[in-house]
Design a protein around this ligand. Structure first.
Ligand code: M6R
Length: 609
């Protein structure tokens, strides 16, 4: 996620902006920039790379300006380059904008503005904003920004300034955070509280659909229609480190709680207006290739591989194309039987995992069309693949992957539904029903997050166990694999995921009195089978935590503990079922005093074989 800072007051603005950006560095970024109004024009400096590179570029000059805006960018539209870095400006170099979020309709707006004579410099979605503001400006930045934002579909936190009104910043938000910091004769704006803490603890937390006019001496908050809004001061009592984690104790917990937002971002702009079809403009696979597809391969490592296992189940179910899913370190050496025209999907949060990159190259060498599902714009897999489906989860800092996984799942649902739509393999009403449920899945995740205490209590109960089992069938087994990995990597409790029907072929020998078994039973067609496996382990003394949708009374009688998922289309159950498992791993690790965000022996990005 990008970082935003703004300042208007009596100090030199540039050092305040740089200090604020430094405090947002922990979030990850690929470029940075600032702009200040000076001598009737704008001084703009922006660089790909670290803040040090930007500071170096600024080091030979002093800027007396006492207002300005700055940004650290995590690339979404357009590669991480100097030109694509924020701030962005209009044709005349009078208006400057920094923006977090995604402008869904930027292509239409850009085409319209170009036809009006505007000249664009970058590949970003953001650049439409300064041009729109230029278009609407009639000596009042507030009104111009309001009019511009009326045209925007998507999410935004924006800061804007104009050379003719120095000291006056207009800011606004929808679906992206923005905080105004209150000072004496000076005011601050930031996307995140840590950027403000050096200067103030008094803030206005802007809500969705609010904007503000900020000068050194006053802050006027309104809604996006211009109606005044009264704000209460929120006094921040967090310390800096806590603030970096958004008030959460760990990045992992913060990232788990970001999942509803992350899912909305993954789906944004990829389902048509009437909710009937998936639109993946970023894919360049020609219709004939899609119609003639004989085989799909999915390859990845770790959690991304587990997302791929869900991908296999749903793509096969919806498209009837055979799918093979492989761990990348196996795929690259197993001489896979890929034919030209096959599709290979590589999945990688970081886009830098060595084995996944090697698998990608192997697939291309054999003539496959490669689609990368990744989170990091401009990463190696994004550059080397034929097409990229970005997950838009934002930077993931905890080693244990959570929001990246859930958005990889969302990307797979989009891909499967898109393929099914192109090939006509799923009845329209079925496809629409799944899409309808997918659009609402974020609320189901929020409901589960609100019930985290129940999961924390279960984790407390099982924290001293030597081993746990996760069992399930079909999609439930795929999620069980992820639940088991999560628990192992951060709590160091041994866990195994098992296809429930396979227990009796050996592993049942390990099920004895009191052994915890987490049984996933969400799939209607497999429910009776799952139930008989629960009976099997219960008969050997297992303590069963059953994860299911409400209304399954048989399992209610067998499970020692029940975790209910909010109702959704059953094929989407993995997106919900993983949430309690992530929370379970997190709270078990906390209860055992483990280093949650940086577990032993593990690195966030595995760039060596
Ligand atoms: O960046 P990638 O998605 O390629 O990373 C793959 C795995 O290294 C990663 O998912 C790993 O398994 C995580 N620690 C799981 O939480």
């Amino acid at each position: 996620m990008c970082g935003i800072v703004g300042y208007t007051g009596h100090r030199e603005a540039v050092p305040v902006l740089i200090d604020g950006l430094r405090r947002l560095e922990y979030r990850g970024y690929d470029s940075a920039g600032i702009v200040v109004p000076e001598n009737g024009g704008l001084v703009l400096e922006k660089r790909a790379g670290t803040l040090d590179v930007l500071e170096q570029a600024l080091s030979n000059s002093r800027f007396p300006a006492t207002s300005g805006i700055g940004h650290t960018r995590w690339a979404t539209h357009g590669a991480p380059t100097d030109v694509n870095a924020h701030p962005h400006t209009d044709c005349g170099g009078r208006f400057a904008v920094v923006h977090n979020g995604i402008i869904e309709n930027y292509r239409q707006l850009r085409n319209w503005l170009k036809a009006e004579g505007h000249v664009f410099k970058s590949d970003t979605d953001t650049e439409v904003l300064p041009h729109l503001i230029e278009h609407y400006y009639r000596d009042d930045l507030y009104q111009a920004v309001r009019r511009a934002l009326e045209q925007i579909e998507g999410s935004f936190a924006v800061l804007t300034l104009v050379t003719t009104e120095p000291g006056r910043l207009i800011v606004a938000r929808r679906d992206s955070p923005l905080v105004v910091g209150l000072g004496e004769g000076e005011n601050f704006i930031a996307s995140d509280i840590p950027a403000l803490l050096t200067y103030t603890r008094d803030t206005y937390l802007l809500n969705d659909g609010e904007m503000a006019e900020v000068t050194p001496d006053f802050i006027k908050v309104s809604d996006l229609n211009g109606n005044p809004v009264h704000k209460e001061i929120f006094c921040v009592n967090w310390e800096c480190e806590q603030a970096e984690k958004g008030g959460y104790e760990h990045f992992m917990l913060k990232e788990i709680h970001e999942q509803p937002r992350a899912l909305r971002d993954t789906l944004r702009g990829r389902i048509d207006q009437d909710g009937r079809r998936v639109v993946l403009k970023e894919l360049n696979v020609d219709p004939d290739t899609v119609r003639n597809l004989k085989k799909i391969f999915i390859t990845a490592c770790g959690t991304a591989f587990h997302a791929g296992v869900v991908g296999k189940y749903i793509i096969e179910k919806m498209t009837r194309i055979p799918v093979e899913v492989d761990i990348a370190s196996e795929f690259r050496y197993r001489d896979p039987l890929i034919n030209p025209g096959d599709l290979v999907v590589v999945v990688s949060q970081s886009g830098e995992t060595a084995d996944t990159r090697a698998a990608l190259r192997e697939a291309r060498r054999r003539g496959a069309h490669v689609i990368a599902i990744t989170n990091v714009v401009g990463s190696s897999v994004a550059r080397e693949a034929d097409d990229v489906l970005y997950t838009w989860a934002g930077p993931e800092i905890a080693v244990a992957s959570t929001k990246a996984y859930i958005t990889q799942l969302a990307a797979f649902y989009l891909l499967a539904l898109w393929l099914a739509g192109e090939r006509g393999t799923l009845p329209d009403d079925e496809r629409e029903a799944i899409l309808h449920a997918l659009r609402e899945i974020d609320t189901g995740v929020s409901t589960l997050l609100a019930d985290a205490d129940q999961i924390a209590a279960l984790a407390q109960r099982y924290k001293d166990q030597h081993g746990l089992f996760f069992i399930g069938r079909g999609l439930d087994f795929a999620v069980a694999m992820e639940g088991s990995l999560k628990l192992k990597e951060i709590s160091y409790i041994h866990a195994e995921a098992y296809p429930a029907g396979e227990l009796k072929h050996g592993t049942l020998a390990l099920i004895t009195e009191g052994v915890p078994v987490i049984a996933l039973a969400t799939q209607p067609d497999l429910f009776e089978k799952a139930l008989s496996n629960v009976k099997e382990v219960k008969a050997r003394g297992a303590e069963v935590v059953a994860l299911t949708f409400e209304g399954h009374h048989d399992i209610e009688d067998l499970g020692d503990h029940l975790v209910y998922l909010p109702a959704t289309h059953p094929v989407l159950a993995p997106i919900l079922a993983v949430v309690p498992l992530q929370l379970f791993a997190y709270y078990a690790a906390i209860a055992r005093g483990c280093s949650v965000d940086k577990p032993r022996n593990l690195a966030k990005s595995v760039t060596v074989e």
